[in-house]
Design a binder for this molecule. Sequence first.
Ligand SMILES: [Zn+2]
Length: 199
Amino acid sequence: MADKRGVVKRLIDGFADLPGIGRRTAERLAYHVLNMPKEQALAFADAIRAVKENLRPCRTCFNLAEGEQCDICADSRRDQTVLCVVEQVRDLLALEQAGNFRGLYHVLQGRVAPLEGKGIDGLTLDALAARVSQGQFREVILGTTPNVEGDATALVVAQRLEGLPVELTRLARGLTVGASLEQANREMLVDAFAGRRKF
Ligand SMILES: [Zn+2]
């Protein structure tokens, strides 16, 4: 609390730290907050606090969850036989936004990057293998980014799941080789699913 900046300055600095927000825009947003109804502003502040204090990795899939399990794992209407493996929560959110995948996910929490010397440390591969070993999935879709690191990551996943009775597929490359899933638009992601092929 010993922050000597004034509260308005702190608010402006907070906005200016966000990606894609310049100083002028940060000032505009801060003054917008000053003019907001109190309840609306407090609800916004509360949402920021809640995501930092209440969210943790889902015990099952490592998506963000408010409790033990995320909303997707807890949703029995989702196809329990198809699993899509992604690098990070952002990718999962992009695929959910596209809205055509109705199966379950597994978030690796990273990727391998051979050129940067980044191996499998920290990836949730053990948990993935344990899930798939249980035999509920007929297909595992390798939904890693369509670039060198994503391909290397898909290979590592495939090796770990080798011998398990499940079909491995890879998302089609679509129009944007090298683009991250979150940069892809809805049609590209729908196409990527529709065109997935055996790995
Ligand atoms: Zn989950």
